[in-house]
Each structure stands twice: as structure tokens, then as C-alpha cells.
Design a protein around this ligand. Sequence first.
Ligand SMILES: C[S@@+](CC[C@H](N)C(=O)[O-])C[C@H]1O[C@@H](n2cnc3c(N)ncnc32)[C@H](O)[C@@H]1O
Length: 430
Amino acid sequence: MAPYRIDILTLFPDSMSRVLGESIIGRAEKKGAVEINCVQIRDYTENRQMQVDDYPYGGGWGLVMMAQPLKSCLDDVMRSAGGRRSRVIYMSPQGRPFNQEEAKRLRRDYDHLVLVCGHYEGVDERFIEQCVDEEISLGDFVLTGGEIAAMAVADCVCRMVPGVLADEECYTGESHWDGLLEYPQYTRPEVWEGRAVPEVLLTGDHEKVRLWRRRKQLERTLDKRPDMFERLQLSSKEDRRLVEELKYERLPERLKLKFEPRRAEERDIGRLLDIAEQAKAYLRESGVDQWQEGYPNRAAFEADIAASRGWVFEHEGAVAGYECVSMEPEASYRGIAGEWLTGGENYAVIHRTMAAAEFRHTSLSREMFSLAEDLAAGMGKESVRVDTHRDNAAMNRLLQKLGYTRCGEVIVTLKGPGHDPRRSGYEKLI
Ligand SMILES: C[S@@+](CC[C@H](N)C(=O)[O-])C[C@H]1O[C@@H](n2cnc3c(N)ncnc32)[C@H](O)[C@@H]1O
């Protein structure tokens, strides 16, 4: 197979060849895996002074590289490349920023790159219009010439060519390959200036090491590149669990309280009525016209308990919160102004979620939703639905954070007149 070929058009071929001839890329060239040619643009001038640049039309600072030597140089390179899949790239601060994905594309779609290095004020625009397929930038800054950028592109593309590195894993395990940064690396000695290598790396337990490294990849990306972390699509269950662990560890202590769920019993009703009063007062003070007509009341809790659908959450033996998880369809949800995510009625409904005032901004609400989702999944339900008042900003925010989709407006039956019966209906697939 012909080697992957890169021609770099430059005014400084000697210094570039020296750098690219070193180390891994240099060895790969000797082995015949890649071919890198640094071509002197000046050799293609048609004037006696071998002049490659001239003053800009319209005046201004600096010199502009002329189109003719560039075009003649390019023609010569293209002739010698024959019928390869070629791409002519002008290294430019105005191009698309270079990254690993761009490198993968160049490696995959072409087997011949021509990297044109400008200098001075840049190159005559007509050369770019006529001869260049795309412009690539090393980043949002300006370099003196395109050489450093071209070397970066050449190096990055070449290390993905088979035969350049010892194994595919050498580059697929590295930072940016799958949207993550690499885990930390250590070598001898085991302790250096009082700093020891993490113990897990000395265990010889491959599975433990693999898990530790994966966790570190996720952790580092979260810490060092939150922008990359935001874009991550965590497709494996293991990754999702690791991220949950990481995020949990970072929660403030007040959010790490432990809550134990159990089915509600008659003896809880007094405490539940107290919590309901606190919740009603909180909504009233927040200007939300929800639960202001006497609901939820003793009868509602008694009915939940009788139907075994009431759940209390205890913290250190005291009831901290409550929810009703019903497996029965909710009649008022049929008339939604909007559209539920699921068509049928195979869903669970959460009603009457409430937290005692001292547990309001803790992990309790998350745990309540998580239990409801687990119960629903265990019962073979497709989804969980819930409604809340549109002015209940905290609950609307929480639902969206927990992955619930607002599907439309439902009208609920209220115990008393004079209150707003409109609610936002949410659903989450499980
Ligand atoms: C001083 S720059 C010219 C900048 C140009 N006048 C402008 O403002 O867009 C000279 C040459 O360096 C190269 N260069 C400069 N910054 C670069 C970057 N961020 N990425 C790739 N090449 C760059 C280009 O080849 C360019 O022609």
C-alpha cells in the first residue's frame, strides 16, 4: 500500500524537515508508512530575484505572498501525487479550528494532504479561491507563518496511520479520541519526592485498574474541560454510574443525607399533616396557588395508605418526606392540551410529593423521584408522569433537571372553588 503522503509547501523546508524527521514520525517515514515532503515555494518563482512576495494592493503594512509561485509549486506536487485522494489545505487563522475529529476526517477521507504555509501578511486571495479546498487553523491566535500549524496537523494525522504507532490502542486510548481526557500516567520510582503512585496501579488487578482509569478520565474531563464534559453522550451504564458517583461525592454535605423509604402507615398521618401544612405555607409564601384549598388532607393520606401507594422517607428515624406512587392512570391526564411522550396508559403517577421544611434543599426530592421510577420500572411501566403548578418554579426546575419533559397542560379537579386548576404535565420514559 502506498504510504500516506503529506506535502508541505513552505519557505522553510529545511528546518521543517529536521523537526519532522525526528522521533516517531521520522521513524515511520523510514519504515515507509508515511511520506512527508517539505517543498520550497521559492523554487517555483518566475522572476530573477526569486521573489515570493510583494506589497499589498491598497497599501498597508507587510508583504503578501504571490499566487504564481504557490500555484506552480502546487501543480508540480499534484502531478507527482498522481490519482490520489488529495486535499489542498491552507493553514490560516481564518480556517476551521483543528482538533482530533478533524484529524480523523483527514486521515479517513484522504491519502494525500497538501498543507500550504503562508507567511508575512498571508497569501494572495485569488490563490485561495482558485486552488484551496479548505482552510484549517491551529486556534484563535495569529502565528508568524503556517509552518508550526502544518507540523501539528501532519504529526497528528500521521500518528493515526497504520504502522506509525505500535498499536491502534496507542492513540484510541488517548485524550480527545472519544471526547474524554486521558487518565493520569505514572512511571518509576514508586515514590518520588514523597508522592506515591496510586495504590490501585500496583495491585496487578486489571479490572480494578481499568475501572480506576475510566473514572479518572471522566473526573479529569469534568474538572479540566467542563465544555467537553457537557457534550459527552454517556452510552454505557458503567460510565453513567461512575459519573453519578463523582457528582455525588461533590455534593455539599447537606445533600448527602441518607433517607430510608418505607410504606406509609396510619401512625404517620399526624406527621404527614404537619409536613403538608409546612408545604402549603411554603407555596403560599412563594406566591404559588397550589395546595391552597385544603388539599392534601387526612382523607388523601388515608386513601394512599389503604391502597399501599403512600411512601414515607425517614432520616434518622423521623419522617422527612412523603410521596404517593400510583400505578393507576390519572383521569385528568387524558385531556392534556399537548401530547404525552407515551400513547397508552402504561404509566405510574407521582402525587403529593412533599418534604419537611428542614429537608427542603437536600437530596430527598431526587430520592423520592428515583424510588418512584424504580417502582414503576419494577411494575413494567413505560414511564412516570407528574403534574405541578406552572408557578411552582422550584418543582418545574427539579423535574427538568431529573429528565422529565413538559408535555402540556392538564386541568386537575380541586377540592374548593376560586383556585387555578391548570397544571403542567410532565413525563419521563424509564
Ligand atoms: C501573520 S499570519 C497572517 C494573518 C493574516 N493577515 C490574518 O490576519 O488573517 C501569516 C501566516 O501564518 C499562518 N498562520 C497564522 N496563524 C495561524 C493559525 N492560527 N493557524 C494556522 N495558520 C496560521 C498562515 O499561513 C498565515 O498566512
